[in-house]
Design a protein around this ligand. Structure first.
Ligand SMILES: Cc1cc2nc3c(=O)[nH]c(=O)nc-3n(C[C@H](O)[C@H](O)[C@H](O)COP(=O)(O)O)c2cc1C
Length: 189
């Protein structure tokens, strides 16, 4: 049986990004479950602001490879920081660039599972961002994992050495990774 491929996408443009650290934790858990993973650090993509007219010229060779990797994946983890009650512009810009996938067969992320995590600064925030992420996933024709979650106090989640110290967040992240992996297996085979 071919291994399950999961793309883990997220992070902010800031050094020490807690959303990027959460993407990496999710990736580690998925690797432990047996998935072949690809990490997409939004900061590294250095994408211009999306425009439909630029899209008509086609993706850059580097982004074309990323699109192929996304298309081939069996499931996804998306992590966005909460900016002013919604997803960050950088995260949304990557999503807008997934418009290239409208021409793929099947289009977008059709019928594949996506685990979403919204990371906020305030203690009980992130829920409006999570709702937006789930709406985005629906619009990409994908399936939002039911254990998707919002987590607050983003800057306090990790130890200085980068380990997830919030045990509740760790439990939820592990459960989400397990759900995405299980759904990916069930939908693929
Ligand atoms: C421009 C901006 C807007 C923000 N808006 C919110 C917000 O509306 N609610 C909230 O709880 N935190 C807000 N925050 C805090 C971030 O969500 C929080 O620091 C998060 O951990 C940032 O993710 P990162 O570490 O990956 O950059 C905001 C931060 C920035 C820079």
């Amino acid at each position: 049986m071919e291994k399950i491929k999961i793309v883990c996408l997220g992070g902010s443009l800031d050094a020490g990004s807690s959303s990027l650290k959460l993407v990496k934790c999710a990736e580690k858990k998925l690797m432990m479950l047996g998935a072949v993973t690809s990490l997409i650090d939004i900061k590294e993509l250095k994408l211009q602001i999306f425009s439909y007219s630029a899209m008509k010229k086609g993706p850059s060779p580097i982004f074309a490879k990323i699109l192929a990797k996304i298309h081939e994946a069996d499931g996804y983890i998306f992590v966005s920081p909460e900016y002013h009650g919604t997803v960050s512009a950088a995260f949304k810009n990557v999503i807008d660039h997934l418009e290239y996938l409208s021409a793929f067969k099947p289009p977008y992320l059709s019928s594949k599972p996506v685990g979403c995590i919204a990371v906020a600064g305030a203690e009980s925030a992130g829920h409006s961002t999570l709702t937006t992420m789930i709406s985005i996933v629906n619009n990409l024709r994908a399936i939002a994992a039911s254990t998707s979650f919002a987590v607050g106090l983003g800057s306090n989640l990790f130890t200085p050495s980068g380990n997830l110290k919030d045990k509740n967040a760790e439990r939820r992240l592990n459960r989400l990774a397990e759900e995405v992996y299980t759904l990916a297996v069930k939908l693929k085979y």
